[in-house]
Design a protein around this ligand. Structure first.
Ligand SMILES: [Zn+2]
Length: 220
């Protein structure tokens, strides 16, 4: 059962469409698992619609309308190309939500070594403010203890892991600001796959920065 959800502020930001792409992907991924947050988003959307209806109409110039329509068309095109994109052939891809698979690169995922227990596969979505990646912790694997410096979001996609504060299972959504040190350990019967979003900039460099999410979990 999912115990960790995006907070109300995050869901409001998400519904209003003012969230950057990488965190938006992480919230949508959580919604694939969580009916409770799905209902909240639906209620917020309805509320937003009513507020728009009640707002006084403001005259809009023809130029602005053209610009808006051009943007909408662009969006539709990119959505189409995303849907028709060849799918990733990877053992891990088959175990994650179909929605998220659309963002994975064609062919094999590029898993990089972080430690004997942890591998990371970055996902490029053309965003500069955040970095998105999949993490894979092997069965019973311990993540090296590490400090982290930026805000991070993690969604468990497969399996589970535990740390000093609790157990995190499929669908759980965690946000952590900079600070605490934790040492997550994957469950002993199954590998653990997580989606992570890291906010730039990082003081850590190279692949080590991808260790950050695993030191930041809390049962918030
Ligand atoms: Zn939820």
């Amino acid at each position: 059962m999912i115990k960790n959800h995006p907070d109300a502020d995050l869901l409001a930001e998400y519904t209003a469409g003012v969230m950057a792409l990488a965190p938006t992907i992480s919230v949508t991924t959580h919604l694939q698992f969580c009916n409770s947050c799905k209902s909240t988003v639906k209620a917020l959307e309805e509320l937003g619609g009513e507020m728009l209806e009640q707002a006084d109409a403001v005259p809009v110039s023809d130029d602005l309308l053209e610009q808006i329509f051009a943007c909408v068309e662009e969006d539709e095109t990119s959505e189409d190309s995303l849907l028709t994109r060849p799918t990733t052939i990877d053992e891990v891809a088959s175990s994650i939500p179909a929605y998220l698979q659309k963002f994975l690169p064609e062919g094999k995922l590029h898993w990089k070594f972080l430690s004997p227990s942890v591998k990371v596969a970055p996902i490029s979505v053309g965003e500069t403010v955040h970095e998105l990646a999949l993490h894979k912790i092997k069965v019973g694997g311990k993540v090296p203890e590490h400090n982290h410096l930026g805000k991070e979001i993690t969604v468990v996609l497969k399996g589970s892991f535990s740390d000093e504060d609790g157990v995190y299972q499929r669908g759980d959504f965690m946000v952590r600001e900079a600070g605490e040190i934790h040492q997550p350990i994957a469950a002993t019967h199954e590998e653990c796959i997580c989606l992570s979003v890291l906010a730039a900039p990082f003081k850590l460099t190279g692949l080590k920065r991808w260790l950050n999410p695993f030191l930041s979990f809390s049962p918030s």
